[in-house]
Ligand binder design. Sequence first.
Ligand code: UDP
Ligand code: MG
Length: 316
Amino acid sequence: MKLDIVIPIYNEEETLPFLHDRLVKVCDALPDTQWRVIYVNDGSTDQSLEIMVKQRETDPRFAIAELSRNSGHQAAITAGLHHSSGDAVIVMDGDLQDPPELIPELISCWRGEANVVMARRRSRRDKGLRRVGFNLFHRVFTWITDFPVPPDTGIFGLLDRQAAEELKRLPEQNRYFPGLRSWVGLNQQVVYYDRDERGGGKPKQSLKRLARYALDAVFSFSYKPLRVMTSAGIVISAVGFMLACFFIIKRLMGVEVAQTGFTTLVTLMLFLGGIQLIAIGLVGEYLARIYDEVKQRPLFIVRQTHGLEKTGRNGG
Ligand code: UDP
Ligand code: MG
């Protein structure tokens, strides 16, 4: 059987040598498997590309797709999927946070009839704000999404050919890979693992990028923000209407209406103005994403490949 391992790489010169050694060790031990690594070089500016090319020279089972510039983690994964052709495709990060030693377990789960195998984190070793952010995101996302996605799963996992082909058909611009993978359905299984620390270097996705990724996840898989705003509007209007009735009746009954203070008025005005702006912002988030879809720009541009057939826009 043929196995492809897709790995996005952006400035990973520190980890690439270790990644290579651990992958070779694990994959060579797989029975009856013809394996291939597809590195997607996402516009690295350090020595990563040179290191990958060297690895390929000594071991042609390592192939490379070079993107035209840094296009982001999700675009790089998509590019890798479009270049894959194996019976199964494993997607994993290149920083050794996803341990290659889990590959045999992913494969045995797939052999047991699963179309999609997701690696779910039992624990993680990220620190500080990232850790808080990741945990918060998974809690909030599980609550907010209209579509069930197992929590604590990232991109790490295995897709069989059918699942990979179905995923390739999804042309979304702002992608949340774990959500799309769940959306495809078929027979999905979970295996558990402990997420390691980075093999070296600093995280390559800035907190800003991660925040954007989190928003993509929410807005691609939930209409709840819009519904919450509608509900808030209904509640506020109802309260306003009742207050109006209350004051009219009081006036008709000749009861003196208390003077409303300046402070109350200003507070109310700012509060309602704020809510309105938030609501417009939320609509804008959806609108901006629609705009991205309408433009239909390709998700990635391939500059050059080493040992792969070049695939164009979204594989088309
Ligand atoms: N990566 C990429 N393009 C980017 C940022 C990151 O291809 O613009 C790769 C990176 O080299 C690594 C993987 O995506 O292999 C995950 O990145 P990182 O470890 O920075 O993300 P985190 O673990 O914080 O989610
Ligand atoms: Mg990482």
